[in-house]
Write a protein that binds this ligand. Structure first.
Ligand code: FAD
Length: 622
């Protein structure tokens, strides 16, 4: 019988980050996967990042996760989305060579000290006295102090293509039924979600002359703060549109759609609807955009982003051939839908440990999320906490003011989700403070203190912080006189002339003036990196908004600091309704802030709870 400190079930995006975190934190870890060759497989689109998701990858990277570095190594096109909008909503996205990504992750894991990888299927958890101590697999019993379950869409997965359906975890991969049954038997409250994927076409059968070409950014920007620069030829994507004929084909065949004939009962992804959903729900739209995204540099597969579907294969072909540029396209793989089991995530602490079973953690799609980045972010947090439990460390919890990861996990564990959860910038209240560009400033110290960020990487962040401070002082202390030459340069920038001496900081506040423009008006202090100057510029331009949001953050943190002891007895609280007392007892919030965000918990209940806690501590109640 094998003995490990942590076992990670699953080698997808959550499992990878969880395993690497544990092993890198010195914990003897075993990772189970159904197939070693499927490590890091991208089940759906060949891309990492996007609005809200790019921020998750940057957060992960700053904390010492692997996804950002791997994406940089395997990307074939880089773009910053929302680049014409404010810094708060700009997000990185990259097309990825998905086979290369999977190979990259396999190599990384196979060479990781303290990490053992085994092809085996987890059947059943070994639980005694409310604590997990191992897993029964098809290859025997494996003991582990902590277990992290990251099984993606595999738990009781049911694949749909038209009116045909069959058991599967992903196409051509088996579903895991035993573990799904075991989680139900153990008493977890279960939901069932649905997601879907698009057809893949042979690139040599597409007529590109009719399509709109979409290139990557001229200067590619990396995901990882540690990637120096990216010098690589980028591959283009292409855009086409559905049309009236396409929509009519879909309408004519809705009776053969598992979604619209009532066969699929699970809740689908609202923000990433299938093409049949788009035609029904947005009936007045005359066309929908379709992106043709290569799955790699040396493969023929083109992913048809925007045409996720579970319609029958003959209907899929008819749809595709009705679209401009795809009239003669050959299909390599058809789209399909999949229903799978989800564990209701309010049954987790923000460490991702389950409330029901000690030392058992869940991460990724199993918690109701959809997406590689959401999965990876949870994997890292579960890994850090499981390793922390073994190493007898304090729980590692990120709050909503610290990061996108903090918001994601707080949303899942306090509010739960009744549909597949995808990250967006709009979910983040403090997004002027929590941005992609400053993830290292927010999180690298935490990653370094944990032992996941190297000294070298942390020193780079420290240098950046020093540069930002020096840059700000320099701008405050440097003055520009209203000379003819300066005013001519300002006119070229469509700026009003100077009438008095001003500081460089004042000049930078003008919306038309960037750091680069400033350097044409006055020599800038040398030795400060471009990324530090970028931070200086954001700090100066958004100073008022950032200050206001910083005050909101302080108010938020006040409630977050008031801890609710584990095992707190809510039944004796007078003045609070029985329904609220029962909800608090069920959710087991760790602090007043978290309690305040549980649906149905009123501000009055929070005030009463605060008074009660103060009385408990013997403080004067004001
Ligand atoms: C058809 C389809 C469509 C999708 N569409 C989208 C989309 O539109 N947008 C989007 O953002 N995301 C989409 N996704 C979701 C995305 O792929 C997942 O969110 C992401 O991969 C989840 O990561 P994960 O680590 O939780 O699980 P996965 O990446 O699925 O990895 C699961 C791992 O667990 C292993 N495993 C499972 N059960 C066991 C067991 N009992 N024992 C041992 N190993 C086990 C598997 O071998 C695998 O390694 C789609 C997924 C599928 C399958």
């Amino acid at each position: 019988m094998d003995n490990f400190e942590v076992m990670v079930i699953g080698a997808g995006h959550a499992g990878i980050e969880a395993s690497l975190a544990c092993a890198r934190l010195g914990v003897k870890t075993i990772m189970l996967t159904l197939d070693i060759n499927s490590i890091g497989r991208m089940s759906c689109n060949p891309a990492i990042g996007g609005v809200g998701k790019g921020q998750l990858v940057k957060d992960l990277d700053a904390l010492g996760g692997a996804m950002g570095v791997a994406a940089d190594a395997c990307a074939i096109q880089f773009r910053i989305l929302n680049s014409s909008r404010g810094a708060a909503v700009q997000s990185s996205r990259a097309q990825i060579d998905m086979r290369k990504y999977s190979r990259y992750m396999q190599k990384l894991l196979l060479h990781q000290k303290n990490l053992f990888i085994k092809e085996a299927q987890a059947y059943k958890l070994i639980v005694s006295d409310g604590k997990v101590s191992g897993v029964i697999t098809d290859k025997g019993v494996i003991r582990a102090g902590c277990v992290i379950i990251c099984p993606g869409t595999f738990l009781d997965g049911l694949i749909h293509v038209g009116l045909k359906h069959f058991s599967g975890g992903r196409i051509n991969e088996p579903a895991c039924l035993a573990l799904a049954d075991n989680l139900k038997e153990l008493g977890f409250s279960i939901l069932r979600f649905k997601t879907g994927t698009c057809p893949r076409l042979d690139k040599n059968t597409i007529s590109y002359s009719q399509l709109i070409r979409q290139d990557g950014d001229l200067i590619p920007k990396s995901f990882s703060f540690s990637t120096k620069n990216i010098k690589r030829k980028q591959v283009p994507c292409y855009i086409t549109y559905t049309n009236k004929k396409t929509h009519q084909i879909i309408r004519n065949n809705l009776n053969r759609s598992p979604l619209y004939s009532g066969i699929i009962k699970a809740t689908g992804v609202r923000y990433c609807p299938s093409i049949e959903d788009k035609i029904v729900k947005f009936a007045d739209k005359e066309r929908h955009q379709v992106f043709l995204e290569p799955e790699g540099e040396r493969v023929n597969d083109i992913y048809l982003n925007g045409v996720s579907t579970s319609l029958p294969e003959d209907v899929q072909l008819e749809i595709l051939h009705s679209i401009e540029g795809l009239e003669k396209a050959k299909v390599i793989r058809f789209g399909y839908g999949i229903e799978h089991l989800v564990v209701e995530p309010t049954q987790l602490y923000p460490t991702l440990e389950t409330k029901l079973i000690k030392n058992l953690y869940l991460a990724g799609q199993i918690n109701g999320t959809t997406g590689y980045e959401e999965a990876a972010a949870q994997g890292l947090i579960a890994g850090i906490n499981a390793a922390g439990r073994i190493n007898k460390k304090e729980p590692f919890i990120l709050d909503r003011t610290s990061s996108y990861i903090g918001v994601l996990i707080d949303d899942l564990t306090t509010k739960g989700t009744l549909e597949p959860y995808r990250m967006f910038t709009s979910r983040v209240e403090y997004r002027l403070i929590i941005r992609e560009d400053n993830a290292d400033l927010r999180l690298a110290k935490m990653g370094f203190d944990l032992g996941l960020v190297s000294k070298n990487d942390y020193q780079r962040t420290e240098k950046k912080i020093k540069g930002i401070k020096e840059g700000l002082v320099f701008l405050k202390n440097s003055r520009v006189k209203p000379t003819k030459s300066i005013n001519t340069k300002l006119a070229r920038l469509n700026c009003a002339p100077l009438k008095r001496v001003v500081s460089l900081e004042e000049l930078l506040k003008r919306p038309q003036i960037s750091i680069k423009d400033l350097s044409l008006l006055h020599k800038l202090k040398p030795g400060i990196s471009e990324s530090a100057w970028q931070q200086v510029a954001i700090g100066v331009k958004y100073a008022g908004f950032i200050q206001r949001q910083s005050r909101d953050v302080e108010r938020f943190k006040h409630l977050e600091k008031i801890r609710l002891p584990l095992g707190f007895d809510y039944s004796g609280l007078s003045g609070i309704s029985r329904e609220i007392r029962e909800k608090l007892a069920k959710f087991k919030p760790l602090n007043l802030g978290q309690a305040s965000r549980i649906s149905g918990i009123t501000p009055v209940a929070i005030s009463l709870l605060m008074v009660y806690l103060k009385k408990l501590k013997g403080e004067t109640v004001s």
